[in-house]
Every structure is written in structure tokens, then in C-alpha cells.
Design a protein around this ligand. Structure first.
Ligand SMILES: NC(=O)c1ccc[n+]([C@@H]2O[C@H](COP(=O)([O-])OP(=O)(O)OC[C@H]3O[C@@H](n4cnc5c(N)ncnc54)[C@H](O)[C@@H]3O)[C@@H](O)[C@H]2O)c1
Length: 328
């Protein structure tokens, strides 16, 4: 059992991370500006309400709780949901404040959330990667302040790893479009649609290249990562996604319709293959996602729903301003 300090613990992803790590037997300190309703706080978790950008606040709380590990999730999590300079400065300052405070206190394992958007998909000027599936070696070309702030959070991790050597272990992870448990039951996902709507209308998931992950699988990933951090190279970044795509048709059919020019690159994404590879997390950590929309949606998604909407497929990757707000 470890003592784990989680920032952003009241958020869409944070609630499942706090619950999952507490259920795994850890003592969890959830820190957020907003509180989790007391009746929803899992056994084994304690929460603190705080603004982590207030001077000295991150270090004060980390000293007080004396954790073995810090997981930094707190951020403005939706691109263009605030002015670009506000997103940039909030996310980069939060990452630096929390990572530097944890380093100063001597916490042994420090992890930050990044985002797949760091790669740059959805760019109105066009975007194509060298190859699919996308992985940690795919060049990152962020085109908005959110994506850039996430790449800087990764670089912040690498900077501290370089300065500290292996005394302190650092890592970053890029969760795909997070689906929290209540969203399988019909609650709205981050972009304001249900999972069923995203499956029925491929244009909704196309901006994020049909990526997704169950929030509980991210909690499992973090538990495994913290256990293995001492035995892997320092300062690594990992994609964390489901093993399939959030799509009822193969991506070899869907991606060329939404991502102009991607046809020759995506021919091999047949069956249920996702656009993002989680091979690095599998190989280095032995982590495997357990949940898929195929197992979690009840009743199961009826593929016949998509027939009506397949006519709409001839859209650009960012057909309207709203789609460029996609997080994952
Ligand atoms: N949800 C996704 O699909 C997704 C995908 C990729 C990456 N991410 C990243 O994962 C992390 C969590 O995302 P989420 O969807 O849970 O976001 P969220 O907005 O639901 O949660 C973020 C939390 O951070 C807290 N916070 C923000 N500023 C704070 C401050 N100054 N002090 C204290 N708390 C503060 C907010 O109150 C909120 O509860 C973020 O870093 C996000 O960029 C999320």
C-alpha cells in the first residue's frame, strides 16, 4: 500500500482514479478546487479543497500528506474552453507548480497527465502522421494552447528527470477520450454527446480519431505504472487507450472519409483496430485495458443505428468550430 496524492481528483478522470487506487488498497489524498460530494468519497480516500496555483499551496499539502507518489491531473481539460493564454498559463503553471513541489519535498514517484492532442490532429490547416497506428514516436505538432500545454507538461517531467537522475522517478501519460462509469449508463461525455450518439454518428468521434478509454482502466494503468516505475527508464510518456476504436465500422473505412489523404496509411486498420497503439504500456509495464464499449454498454449498441447516419460521413476532420474542442 502506498500514500498517493492525486490532483484534479474531483474531475471526470480524477474520480475514477481516486476510487480505483483506493479500491486497490492505497491511501489516497484527493486535492481539487471542487470537492467530491462526501457520500461519493471512496473509503481509503481523504480530500482537500485547494487552489494549487496559490503560492506555496502545492508544497504545503504535499508536505502535510507525505505521499509516496503524486499523480497530477488538475488542468483546464477542454481546448478553447477559456482564452488561449489562460489555458496555456493555467496548465503549464499547474504542472510546474505540482511537479516542482513534489520534487522539492522528495516524493519518489511523480506522474502527470498529458493528452493525445499533443500530436496535432484536428488542425484546420490539415494534419497527417507519417504512419498509423500512432504511438509515442509519432511527431508531436500541437496547434492550440491546450495541446501545447500538455506537451510542455511532458517536457517538464523530462526536465526534472534529467536534473534528478534516477533518485526520483517521473512519467507522463496520454489518456485517450475518457469515458467515466456513469457515461456508459447514458450520462453525457466530455463533448456533450452520449457514447451511443458517438457510435451512431462517426463524425462525432472522428476529430479524436475514434480514440477512447474507460476511466477505470486509466486507474488500473496508474496503479501498474507506480508499481513498475523503478524498473523502467525515467521520464517516459505512455498512450493509455482502449484496445479497440470507438467505432462500429473498421477505421480503414472511416478514417479516409474524415482525414483527407489517410487512405494509404490506414488500410491495415481493419476489424476493431484503434488508431492509437498501447504497445509501449503493454511491453514496458504489462498493462492491458479490460473494458471496451463492446463490454460496457448495456444494452449493447445496436449496429443497425449507424445505417441512417452513414450517409453523413463525407465531412472534413474539423467540419465546424466545435469539433476542434476535442480533448482526446
Ligand atoms: N477527459 C479526457 O478525455 C482527457 C483526455 C486526455 C487528457 N486528459 C487530461 O486528464 C486530466 C483530467 O481530465 P478530466 O477530464 O478529469 O478534467 P476535469 O476538468 O473533469 O478535471 C480537472 C480538475 O482539475 C481541477 N482543477 C483545475 N484547476 C485547478 C487548480 N488551480 N487547483 C486545484 N484543482 C484544479 C478542476 O476543479 C477539475 O476537477 C487533465 O489534465 C486533462 O488534460 C483528459
Amino acid at each position: 500500500m502506498s500514500r498517493i496524492f492525486v490532483t484534479g481528483g474531483s474531475g471526470r478522470l480524477g474520480r475514477s482514479v481516486v476510487a480505483g487506487l483506493a479500491a486497490a488498497g492505497h491511501e489516497v489524498f484527493s486535492v481539487d478546487r471542487d470537492a467530491i460530494p462526501a457520500e461519493q468519497l471512496p473509503a481509503g480516500a481523504v480530500q482537500y479543497t485547494a487552489d494549487l496555483l496559490a503560492p506555496g499551496e502545492a508544497e504545503r499539502l504535499i508536505r502535510e500528506t507525505a505521499p509516496d507518489a503524486v499523480i497530477h491531473l488538475a488542468a483546464i481539460a477542454v481546448p478553447f474552453s477559456a482564452p488561449e493564454d489562460v489555458i496555456f498559463s493555467t496548465n503549464t503553471r499547474l504542472a510546474f507548480a505540482v511537479i516542482s513541489a513534489a520534487t522539492e519535498v522528495g516524493v519518489r514517484r511523480i506522474v502527470t497527465a498529458s493528452s493525445p492532442t499533443a500530436l496535432g490532429y484536428g488542425c484546420p490547416e490539415g494534419w497527417l502522421p507519417p504512419s498509423f497506428p500512432l504511438d509515442e514516436n509519432t511527431p508531436a505538432t500541437p496547434w492550440n494552447a491546450y495541446a501545447l500545454s500538455k506537451l510542455i507538461a511532458e517536457q517538464t517531467i523530462r526536465m526534472f528527470a534529467a536534473a534528478q537522475g534516477d533518485k526520483i522517478r517521473y512519467a507522463a501519460f496520454r489518456p485517450c477520450y475518457v469515458i467515466s462509469p456513469e457515461e456508459w449508463e447514458g450520462a453525457l461525455t466530455q463533448q456533450g454527446h452520449t457514447v451511443r450518439e458517438r457510435l451512431a454518428d462517426p463524425s462525432l468521434s472522428a476529430p479524436a480519431l475514434f480514440n477512447y478509454v474507460d476511466a477505470r482502466d486509466v486507474a488500473d494503468f496508474l496503479d501498474v505504472l507506480l508499481a513498475k516505475m523503478d524498473s523502467i527508464p525515467n521520464g517516459q510518456t505512455f498512450f493509455v487507450g482502449a484496445k479497440d476504436a470507438l467505432a462500429a465500422a473498421p477505421l480503414s473505412e472511416l478514417l479516409p472519409q474524415f482525414l483527407p489523404g489517410s487512405g494509404p496509411l490506414t488500410e491495415h486498420l481493419t476489424g476493431t483496430s484503434p488508431a492509437f497503439s498501447i504497445e509501449k504500456a503493454r511491453t514496458l509495464l504489462g498493462w492491458e485495458p479490460k473494458r471496451s464499449w463492446r463490454t460496457e454498454l448495456t444494452p449493447p449498441f445496436d449496429g443497425a443505428d449507424t445505417a441512417v447516419l452513414k450517409d453523413e460521413n463525407n465531412r472534413g476532420l474539423v467540419p465546424a468550430g466545435a469539433t476542434s474542442k476535442e480533448t482526446a
